[in-house]
Write a protein that binds this ligand. Structure first.
Ligand SMILES: Nc1ncnc2c1ncn2[C@@H]1O[C@H](COP(=O)(O)OP(=O)(O)OP(=O)(O)O)[C@@H](O)[C@H]1O
Length: 547
């Protein structure tokens, strides 16, 4: 079972110790049953010995049970902690393109739902160990009472377990299918939260979305889970039914074939009755464990997919980010978006382009012409399919790509604003933050305390200004702004193009500006135009304003 394998990988020694404690606990519980049986059926042992043994066994059962559970709790939480961190690291080390292909909804489903399901499954492991130990202990006691009866029990139990496994096997496929359907449901949930305005404003769209898409998927999920859980319930009830069959056979049928002593009969009946609780617990756990196993497979598959594709960059030593460059070149660089079930491919390039310190390079072109994709190649977020990126004449390789990326500070049009200014040293932050907040006209709106922004609940234009502030503070040699000014008011647009960009240029920064603002093309040192993925000559008026 994958859950157990995960725990064993995390800490083999602790698993074994915990299992031993569980076995001792189960064994002492079984011994208690044997002791009760001896007292009930009459024994020569003095009462004082029986009482002290009873107390001793109770305490042993209690201590070993707690010990087993505490050990397993620690391992379980440790394994979950490792799994969460490993998956998050894998996501960060996977190439951006692989991440985009997998889809954020799948990763969120795994990071949240699957990990919780695995966690719930693991919660049951301590109880399983203890209950299994009680079962084993009781079986041992029954074998000691009468090996003939014990053999009969084993045959019967084997048949019971086989029929139970056959039944539950029917449900497992449904669980795996349900888990795949859950990915689609997460996609709809994203659409629901991100598209709430569009859904609220259009009743027809809302009805179709709810009625056909969300309800359809949620309904399919409900049916798959209900069918599987029904099978599990039937299997569990079948197990309980077999249980009473055993008792019936013991009391009514066995005496016909071979007479049983009172000690054997009461011993067996008492033990079988006592076993009802652990057996019921174990069978009721099966669906939770099966779900946890399916979830665990998803987590492992996701981890494997991401790790196989992981970038082979050398770990970046602290403060090893390059602080300067002489020339950056794209040489015959291409990139193609390969999409499943889609023949219409978009190919960018071959692109030949360079950038030098203190240069303002404007990248223009129609929607979908490939500007953002080119910026991703430029910044090392995408790996070129062919051609190469050269930094100061040296090709950027898989090993050096992460270091290369540290040259850049960017504000993409789908930027993310962190609530804290992460990765910046406090003195550097506090000295500059107040100045930049004032410059960006945000000093009345936002305060920064210990690197934490007082709010990010701002207008889109203001949020973009905050993103610019974070980027400014990084003080990297190259800046990339993807339609940064598109959401700014005319006054701030002018400030951006005619004050901030020239200021960056004077500071020796190279800036790649993706823009549709032809009023400000004259600010550029150089302007290049993309058309359907190819660099073309700028039009005459663009050449004029940019010269
Ligand atoms: N994540 C993606 N997966 C598959 N194809 C994509 C993806 N992103 C972009 N494309 C394809 O690449 C083409 C170029 O997209 P890109 O975002 O680079 O254009 P753009 O010039 O920045 O457009 P815009 O001005 O609208 O921002 C698009 O036409 C689209 O077909």
């Amino acid at each position: 079972m994958k859950l157990l394998a995960l725990l064993l990988r995390a800490s083999r020694g602790s698993v074994i110790l915990s299992a031993l404690c569980g076995l001792l606990s189960g064994g002492s519980s079984a011994a208690l049953i044997a002791l009760i049986n001896r007292k009930l059926t009459g024994t020569d042992t003095p009462d004082s010995v029986l009482v002290s043994s009873f107390i001793g066994l109770m305490l042993l059962s209690l201590a070993t049970r707690i010990c087993s559970q505490v050990l397993l709790n620690g391992m379980q939480q440790g394994a979950l902690y490792n799994m969460r961190l490993r998956l998050s690291r894998s996501i960060l080390s996977a190439p951006l393109r692989r991440f985009e292909e997998l889809g954020a909804h799948r990763m969120i489903a795994t990071l949240t739902d699957d990990i919780v399901t695995v966690s719930n499954g693991m919660m049951l492991l301590p109880l399983i160990v203890v209950n299994a130990a009680i079962l084993i202990g009781c079986l041992g006691w029954m074998a000691w009472l009468s090996w003939k009866l014990f053999l009969g029990m084993i045959v019967f139990m084997t048949l019971g377990v086989l029929s139970f496994t056959l039944l539950t096997g029917l449900a497992t496929g449904g669980l795996a299918k349900a888990r795949d359907t859950q990915d689609t449901l997460f996609k709809h949930f994203r659409a629901l939260t991100e598209g709430i305005k569009e859904l609220k404003l259009n009743g027809n769209r809302r009805e179709v979305f709810l009625g056909e898409q969300l309800e359809g998927t949620a309904g399919a999920l409900r049916n798959l889970y209900t069918r599987s859980l029904n099978i599990y319930s039937a299997s569990s009830s079948w197990g309980m039914f077999l249980f009473f069959v055993v008792i019936g056979l013991l009391i009514f049928a066995m005496p016909i074939f071979s007479p049983l002593s009172l000690a054997e009969l009461t011993g067996y009946t008492l033990t079988v009755l006592y076993l009802q609780q652990p057996l019921q617990t174990l069978t009721e756990f099966v669906p939770f464990l099966a779900r946890a196993d399916v979830a665990m497979k998803k987590v492992e598959e996701m981890g494997l997919t991401l790790e196989t594709a992981a970038e082979q960059s050398r770990a970046l030593a602290a403060n090893s980010a390059p602080s300067a460059f002489q020339k950056l070149e794209l040489v015959d660089v291409t990139h193609t978006y390969h999409r499943e079930n889609d023949d219409s491919r978009f190919t960018l390039g071959p692109i030949n382009l360079s950038l030098a310190p203190g240069e303002l390079l404007f990248l223009v072109g129609g929607n979908g012409s490939g500007k953002t994709s080119l910026a991703k190649l430029f910044t090392g977020l995408y790996t070129p399919e062919s051609g190469e990126v050269r930094l100061d004449g040296q090709p950027v390789t898989d090993e050096t790509r992460d270091t290369y990326r540290q040259l850049f500070s960017t504000v993409f049009s789908d930027f993310h604003l962190f609530e804290s200014l992460l990765g910046l040293a406090p003195p550097e932050r506090s000295e500059k933050v107040a100045h930049y907040l004032k410059r960006l006209n945000l000093d009345q709106k936002v305060r920064v305390t210990d690197g934490k922004l007082s709010t990010t609940e701002l207008s889109l234009g203001q949020r973009k200004r905050l993103a610019l502030l974070a980027s400014w503070l990084e003080d990297r040699p190259i800046y990339v702004f993807d339609e940064w000014a598109a959401d700014q008011d005319p006054v701030f647009k002018q400030i951006f193009y005619e004050e901030l960009l020239p200021e960056m240029k004077r500071a020796g920064k190279a800036v790649l500006v993706i823009s549709h603002d032809d009023r400000y093309f004259h600010v550029a040192d150089r302007l290049v135009r993309l058309d359907s993925g190819r660099l073309v000559e700028p039009e005459a008026d663009e050449r004029r304003v940019a010269s």
